[in-house]
Write a new protein. Structure first.
Length: 394
């Protein structure tokens, strides 16, 4: 029989709205001795069934819901249904192509909290961020292999968040063939080399798939573009392919820019410059030099990774917006993004507006961006809508 977790009175409201997270402060009583990753029964203080969840005793996020149905059995058959549903959605979207890349499992967005899986040209890369995901990761990997016909599953659970769960980092070939050092994918007609073994996340920012296309469509022939936090050149390659005259790619990582160089050459692109360095400092230098651009792209890393960093992160977003506007030509376009889940769309708009005012500029939003459709949002978990962006005409 599963252990039972009883909540503090009044803490069941979010679960009744199908939010999948249960924080340690909501735990009132633990009946039994559940092991990390074990499925537990969640009840209200009055004994009412609420959900079945994975137990993470060392984490502030103490349990993550697998199911809100009492009749479900959390086993391989349960996960097979979830995997089949997720893979079918990507096929229906037209994203699951032999030479393409897409997110197969988007954690909460696919009712598998703590677990993500990405597809790259015949290989799957997984990340298990929680005790529950760790407990079932091999089953999930095998099921993904069966559902997609992939050649192998590679693990990139080298995540700092695993320490909060009491889990060590883990990386390496898990099932089937190991991927080559670099995998080549095609996205919207642009080819990219992906380092799934050592790159950020699982090697590529798949959540920006549609936004790279939308931003490229803003480009007019001859546009001078500044691509900040360029990583391996995703936005830069997209805008050059669409007719930009030149692109300056800036990133703090020289290895990432080396791979960007290979991506530009792979597509036969010219007119780019790759500059390694601190983006904030380089933007200040461009502003002092009065070097201006038709399009400035700001796609920074997550500045806010928890409530404790919210104030500091908001200042960083405002500062980078100010610097972006300060190097924008009159009539130019700023495409700015935030991948911080705690940053709400309204707050992001306010901070961007504040940065614009700090730069003594004015602007109008004419397009809003969100994460690619292969990163679905759980209706009951607003935090799963983490990526937001704005296109601002100065």
């Amino acid at each position: 029989m599963n252990a039972v977790i009883k909540l503090v009175p009044g803490r069941e409201k979010s679960l009744k709205r199908h939010h999948q997270w249960i924080f340690s402060g909501a735990i009132g009583q633990v009946e039994g001795d559940p092991a990390p990753g074990e499925t537990v029964r969640i009840e209200s203080a009055k004994g009412e069934f609420l959900a079945q969840a994975a137990w993470s005793p060392r984490s502030q996020l103490a349990a993550r819901v697998w199911s809100f149905e009492e009749s479900d059995t959390i086993d391989r058959t349960f996960f097979a249904r979830a995997v089949e549903r997720a893979v079918a959605m990507r096929r229906d979207l037209g994203f699951l192509n032999p030479d393409g890349g897409c997110r197969l499992i988007a954690a909460e967005g696919d009712d598998l909290p703590g677990f993500t899986a990405d597809y790259y040209a015949g290989f799957i890369v997984i990340q298990a961020a929680s005790c529950g995901a760790e407990h079932f990761k091999r089953d999930l990997a095998e099921l993904l292999m069966e559902a997609t016909g992939a050649k192998g599953v590679f693990e990139r659970s080298d995540l700092s968040v695993r320490a909060r769960e009491g889990l060590p980092e883990a990386a390496g070939a898990l099932i089937g063939d190991a991927p080559p050092e670099l995998l080549e994918i095609t996205e919207n007609g642009v080819k990219f080399l992906v380092d799934v073994r050592h790159g950020h996340k699982t090697g590529f920012y798949l959540d920006q798939r549609e936004n790279r296309k939308l931003v490229a469509e803003l480009v007019k022939p001859g546009f001078e573009v500044l691509n900040c936090f360029a990583y391996t050149g995703g936005f830069g390659a997209a805008v050059l392919k669409h007719g930009a005259g030149s692109v300056v790619n800036v990133d703090s990582s020289a290895p990432a820019l080396n791979l960007a160089e290979r991506n530009f050459k792979l597509n036969g692109l010219a007119g780019y410059t790759n500059t390694a360095g601190d983006v904030f400092e380089l933007l200040r230098s461009f502003a002092q030099e009065k070097r201006f651009f038709d399009l400035v792209i700001l796609d920074p890393p997550k500045f806010i990774d928890g409530k404790n960093s919210l104030t500091r992160g908001c200042r960083a977003y405002q500062d980078i917006a100010r610097l972006g506007f300060s190097v924008l030509k009159p009539g130019g376009i700023l495409a700015t993004f935030s991948c911080s889940g705690l940053m709400t769309p309204d707050l992001f708009q306010k901070i961007t507006a504040d940065g614009c005012l700090d730069a003594k500029r004015s602007g109008r939003i004419f397009r809003k961006f969100t994460q690619s459709p292969d990163h679905p949002v759980a209706l009951g978990v607003p935090e799963s809508a983490y990526l937001k962006g704005l296109a601002v005409k100065a």
